[in-house]
Design a protein around this ligand. Structure first.
Ligand code: C2E
Ligand code: MG
Ligand code: MG
Length: 560
């Protein structure tokens, strides 16, 4: 190659006019004169000796600049270089050099001309942006932008070695509720705490990153057995088994985890993430709090499913696709059915049957839950009217209310309206709420609950044990009934701790004059145990699944 042996640089940065920069080179000569750095509108005019020029260039960039010139001379092509120059004792300026060779008649590069810009400000901005992009400012975890390149390179490199690894996508369940209830500051503190704890459990070779608001990625570069995915999942889950203490408040949260294995489920970061996302989505639609490994049957279209559900749900009421089923509640004392819980059902032409655990949260997000909830309440009033007409008098029908209905709906007015329309007292209705209702606008919602109670309805706290579960609430809330969540009932017989919790909740509730319902009772042994510890009412498949009204009605007052 035609390199430095043939040329020496005369003026690396030399004579210039109107911000133009000329760099003279000359065979076998190094000496030049001049030593001026002049700033003009962000551009520099430099007249420097080679030594001076070289001495101005930051040491780390020297080789790059020299090589750039030698290549430019050899190839006779323009040179574009960014480098730092010392512009004072401590200050460094970043400059961008764009120069073209002047080729003389002998086909030799005689000099370069072009210009030099001060790009210090741009570079600073770029660098802070880059560090922003490399690190998530909130949790200080590497950003996905940063790990993405790393993972892609790694995957490329490992492709030929028959290596397997996993990518996990961890999504905190109901994070929106936490933000809505506690505020963003508290939500942010929770994210930082989750990040710190995740950081504590990962191994040296694993990578972690915050992917988006409430999502984290963990990348394990190598596994031998697929069971190792489960080990990572268990470690993650162990974090969520304990409450997060944020500013003295215990928060109980869960996470949905999707796992993708490479190379099977994708050989690039994006493909793996897509697979993990689909797996995570499957966990969400199965009721959250768990994990799934991606499998090929997880159609990418499921992602679109949310949008499809939103679209179809808008017309579901008009198209009369929604209906209500009734699950008997059984008094343990005498095994008699004393009432029901009304549960919404949806059968759509194109989507088929969709369970409430899938569509209720979508209805909440879009506030469609307000007309839907009103529909359920009216249905319940109608059915109570039928029961009263048939001579029943001692019963309650429980209706689920979402926090959104409390915040934006017209619950009290609806109660009054339907009560008058159907000539039915609200005393036959039990309003089921979850703890999330109490976090935001506590006083406002307490007032609403009290208003509902003054109309004659009772209030039950649903899913106790899954949310924030502060026993303190029990003393503060206007509630008549507490429903212990199915998750406690499931492992009642095997898990000593669950038994402790259940017994204590029952004792405390009774001391406060609150009745206790156990949800999701499926086995006779659970019934017997709950009877022994004086649980008042049970609800579950052991006695009956939710049924259409005509069937459920026949069970009222009967011994099961
Ligand atoms: P939830 O209020 O806790 O209702 C109990 C859920 O447990 C029901 O699920 C019921 O079918 C199910 N279940 C009852 N016994 C058993 C059992 O022994 N084993 C098992 N595995 N499950 C049992 P469903 O009907 O799918 O409803 C799910 C959730 O959707 C409800 O949980 C409630 O939060 C919500 N939901 C249902 N209907 C409405 C509604 O009209 N309005 C609102 N806002 N939410 C509703
Ligand atoms: Mg309920
Ligand atoms: Mg429940």
């Amino acid at each position: 190659m035609n390199r430095i042996e043939n040329y020496n640089i005369k003026n690396i940065i030399g004579y210039s006019k109107d911000n133009f920069l000329v760099i003279h080179i000359e065979k076998r000569t190094i000496e030049v004169s001049g030593n001026l750095v002049m700033r003009m509108n962000n551009k520099y005019t430099l007249e420097l000796t080679f030594e001076k020029a070289i001495s101005l260039i930051r040491n780390e960039d020297l080789k790059k600049v020299k090589d750039g010139f030698y290549d430019g001379v050899a190839s006779k092509k323009p040179i574009e270089l960014d480098f730092y120059i010392y512009s004072g004792r401590w200050e460094q300026l970043c400059v961008s050099l764009k120069i073209k060779p002047f080729i003389n008649k002998q086909e030799i590069v005689e000099y370069f001309y072009g210009y030099i810009h001060d790009i210090s400000l741009e570079r600073k901005a770029e660098e802070s942006l880059k560090s922003l992009m490399e690190f998530d400012p909130l949790t200080k975890l590497p950003s996905t932008y940063y790990i993405k390149d790393y993972i892609n390179e790694y995957l490329l490199y490992r492709k030929k070695d028959n290596f397997r690894g996993i990518l996990l996508l961890i999504n905190i369940d109901n994070f929106k509720v936490i933000n809505d209830s506690f505020g963003y500051d508290q939500g942010n503190l929770l994210l930082v705490e989750v990040a710190n704890q995740l950081l504590n459990i990962i191994e040296k070779e694993e990578l972690i990153s915050r992917y988006s608001g409430d999502e984290f990625i963990i990348f394990k570069p190598q596994i031998n057995e697929i069971d190792e995915a489960k080990e990572v999942v268990n470690k993650i889950k162990s974090i969520f088994n304990k409450p997060f203490n944020i500013k003295g408040c215990n928060m109980y949260i869960t996470a949905s985890i999707g796992v993708a294995v490479f190379p099977e489920n994708g050989d690039s970061f994006n493909d793996l993430l897509k697979s993990a996302d689909l797996a995570m989505y499957r966990v969400k639609s199965n009721g959250k709090d768990g994990y799934e490994l991606f499998d090929a049957n997880m159609n990418p279209k499921t992602i679109d499913r949310v949008y499809l559900i939103q679209k179809e749900l808008k017309n579901a009421l008009l198209k009369e696709e929604l209906y209500v089923v009734f699950q008997p509640k059984v008094v343990l004392d005498n095994s008699t059915v004393t009432g029901f819980e009304a549960l919404i059902r949806w059968e759509n032409n194109s989507l088929g049957f969709i369970g409430p655990s899938e569509f209720v949260s979508i209805a909440e997000d879009t506030r469609l839950i307000i007309p839907i909830g009103r529909f359920v309440l009216e249905e319940v009033f109608k059915k109570i009217k039928t029961l009263l007409n048939e001579g029943f008098d001692e019963f309650k029908v429980a209706v689920n209310f979402s926090e959104v209905q409390f915040r934006y709906g017209t619950i009290i007015d609806d109660f009054i309206e339907f009560s008058e329309k159907y000539k039915v007292s609200p005393q036959y209705i039990e309003v089921e709420i979850t703890e999330s209702i109490l976090m935001k606008s506590f006083d406002d919602n307490i007032n609403k609950l009290q208003a509902i109670r003054s109309l004659g309805a009772t209030v039950a706290l649903d899913d106790f044990g899954t949310g924030y579960s502060c026993l303190n609430y029990l003393t503060k809330l206007p509630i008549d009934v507490l429903k212990i969540d199915r998750s406690f009932v499931i492992d009642l017989l095997e898990n000593y701790k669950s038994r402790c919790v259940v017994e204590n909740i029952i004792n405390l509730s009774h001391a406060l004059g609150i009745d206790v319902v156990a949800e999701g009772v499926e086995e006779i042994e659970q019934v017997e145990y709950l009877k022994k510890v004086l649980c008042d009412i049970v609800q579950g498949y052991y006695f009956s699944k939710p049924k259409r009204f005509e069937c459920a009605k026949k069970l009222l007052g009967k011994k099961l």
